[in-house]
Design a binder for this molecule. Sequence first.
Ligand SMILES: [Zn+2]
Length: 433
Amino acid sequence: MTEQTVYLDPPPYNWRTRKIEVRPSRWYATVQLNRDGYAEVARRQGLDPELPSAYQEAIDAARGAAIDRLRYDGSSDSFSWSNGPSWVTLFVPFRQVKAAVEALHVAELNHDYGAARALADQLALPVDDWLAPGERELIRGVDFDPPPRVFLRFLRGKARQQGVRLNGRATAGSVWVRPTLSPVEKLLRENRPERYPGWVDRWSEYDEPDSMPIRPWVGGQDQDLSYGATRVEFREVTTPDRSGCPCGMSLRDLADGDSQHTTHHTAWTFGIRAPKNLEWHSDLAVVTTQSPISWRRLANRVARMPQKEEHYDFNSWNHLGEPEATSDNVRAYLLKANGHVIGYLAANDASEHLRWDLVDGSPDGDHDSTLRPRIILIWVADIYRRQGVGAMLVQALADDFGCQVADVSWSTPVSDAGQQLARRVSPQGIWIS
Ligand SMILES: [Zn+2]
């Protein structure tokens, strides 16, 4: 549709000439009577240029009905117009452009407002029927035409104007509605009748008949189940003020919905998911500083768990460069269960040790310069703790080296959990380094 102009006064055309201009936009056309010059001339002649109230009312009705119709059809544009003697504006669907031009034409020249009223009637939607009280299913193609979601959005807007809560749900081919009136909105409207002319409470006294249609449960929304519900009460209590999580992260970050902690905590609990591209020939892998990078990266990721939990500054596995032998034979034992790496033991070889009888505060024991496997760090995923996993890892370390568990050296400081493990696997005392 292209722009067009219809002149209402005979030629010659000048600034005083009344004309109707049609301007199309995406969803609708603006049909505007320009009587600016005409009103100005009337003013100069000492006449009142205001539109007769019947004129104004008929145009307002047509405009309101047309805007409703455009919204109903899916337009989300906002409409604004000046309501004076200089301009008379309608926004109409393209189908109604001709009727709108005609309505303005006869209203302006003949003071005949029938065409404007007819236009309003033609565009009017049965909003009152849709918002009548009671649970109902409105069917697309029968009760309304637009897509159900578009229709529901439109109807919610109309309900709000009436102070009505819709309780609506769109299905594939219909919209379920149960309009109810909020007590606050009722009060507001009853106390301010001048602000809400013609408003009538149709909802408060409505009794749902026994044969009420049953709205299908579609899940997701629990609006139905809250109908007639009472308010939740609250009590004053003291809540736990714990801020640190056993995984080593803060509990406060959970409140922000930050998923970083949740992700870390899951790994800390269940272990690190074993990457698909690594082939495990059995469940215990010995990764060295010369292993393929994907294995060394995995060791590094697992080592982040104890690093976080114990608040260490450094990751116990940082061999992420080119494959390179170390003089002290650094290696990591990775234990897999249920598709996750659930145990980690980092070790090297050392030949400077002291004897410790595992009693707190006892003096340094014998020096020793035997080459021994040395535990740098042990970590077990939370749900696998206290099940002998740590002892098994220490045993594997000793077996690989060709010594007894009691011959293994433990790096200091030995953590509380480490001491418990040491007492269990080596009750006579341990070597520390
Ligand atoms: Zn945590």
